[in-house]
Design a protein around this ligand. Structure first.
Ligand SMILES: [Zn+2]
Length: 347
């Protein structure tokens, strides 16, 4: 989603959401808000940004690669990991996803649901189909325990429920979680993945999906640890994130579709993602890059222009080679929670 438009800070978003409820339809809320803004002054910053250490190695040394941003993207001075520093607090992130903004998450999700967006639907189907080589035989039976952590539109929950799976979702946006529960009858916990662990309990799921979620989370290590605990021993996790070392990120980081703030806080390379999962106790079973959730048109334009190709068919052929080279923009990993924890195998 685009984050180019200036975002209002949480207090204004809250105020707008209150105004929408109390002011009759037909009166321009934006006019009321701009009047209020003139009276109480413009906010200095949209978020309370705080300095954070590298989530991979804990180092506090870094160098900015996008110095002109309010919240620059930096490269860790010790391990080379790319991340946003300074970052919004957890409560600011929660407000951002909970309340409707002009360009925001909740609004986009509702729009996708209304339009039954064909492109997204194809992407969501592929999100599950690519996991079939790893799914156990029990996935063909009823009651297979599936968790979509960051379930957004609930598409995967609907589709998993239709397969007969016992499907649960966790969703940070309260209005979306409520809507999925009440209008679609889906099993959705509102909150963070850690809240989901408290509500649902450990050793509970056979498959956890986190599709384009981890890079949005202020505490990705804690989220992966929570996912580990939610899984049964032998259970699978599938994590999809924008590829921080893909061709498009390397070519023009600022212009790359997944570099937007405050949505994306961490830019995983394959090594960084593998390291995080292994450190949280997982055994990695597969890792690859694909077009996935990214815009194929933008990729084809770049390849065509850079290699001076005549047409998009040639660009498509090149894109097929970029996948195995680890250069496409959607980075995916499948890993297993060992039957016995790895640190207890030595005795
Ligand atoms: Zn580091």
């Amino acid at each position: 989603m685009s984050t180019k438009a200036p975002l209002a800070p949480a207090p204004y978003l809250r105020l707008r959401s209150v105004l929408r409820r109390i002011i009759p339809v037909g009166i321009r809320h934006s006019r009321v808000l701009s009047g209020l803004r003139k009276r109480i002054g413009r906010p200095r910053s949209m978020f309370n940004l705080v300095a954070v250490p590298c989530v991979l190695c804990g180092s506090k040394s870094f160098s900015p690669i996008t110095p002109n941003r309010t919240a620059p993207v930096v490269r860790c001075g010790y391990c080379g990991f790319l991340y946003v520093n300074r970052q919004p607090s957890e409560s600011d992130v929660r407000s951002y996803y909970e309340l409707e903004t002009q360009e925001g998450y909740t609004r986009n999700i509702r729009q996708w649901q209304r339009e039954q967006n064909a492109r997204m639907e194809k992407v969501w189907i592929e999100d599950m189909e690519c996991l079939s080589p790893w799914l156990p035989p029990q996935a063909k039976t009823k009651g297979f325990r599936f968790l979509d952590a960051g379930c957004a539109t609930g598409f995967q929950l609907v589709s998993a429920t239709e397969r007969g799976w016992d499907a649960w979702g966790i969703e940070l946006s309260e209005p979306i979680a409520l809507e999925l529960r009440t209008t679609s009858g889906l099993q959705v916990i509102n909150g963070t993945i850690e809240d989901g662990l408290r509500a649902l309990g450990a050793d509970n799921f056979s498959l956890v999906l986190m599709s384009h979620v981890l890079e949005h989370m202020p505490k990705p290590r804690s989220a992966v640890e929570a996912a580990y605990r939610l899984l049964k021993p032998g259970g699978l996790i599938a994590i999809y994130v924008p590829n921080g070392e893909g061709l498009q990120a390397r070519h023009d980081f600022e212009g790359w579709e997944w570099s937007g703030f405050p949505d994306h806080l961490w830019f995983f390379s394959s090594m960084a993602l593998r390291r995080l999962l292994v450190e949280c106790g997982f055994q990695v079973e597969g890792m690859w890059t694909c077009v996935g959730h990214s815009d194929a048109g933008k990729l084809y334009d770049l390849v065509k222009e850079q290699l001076h190709l005549d047409n998009y068919e040639q660009a498509g052929a090149v894109a097929e080679v970029l996948g195995p080279m680890g250069l496409l923009s959607d980075l995916r990993i499948v890993a297993r929670k060992p039957i016995k924890p790895m640190d207890q195998t030595g005795g």
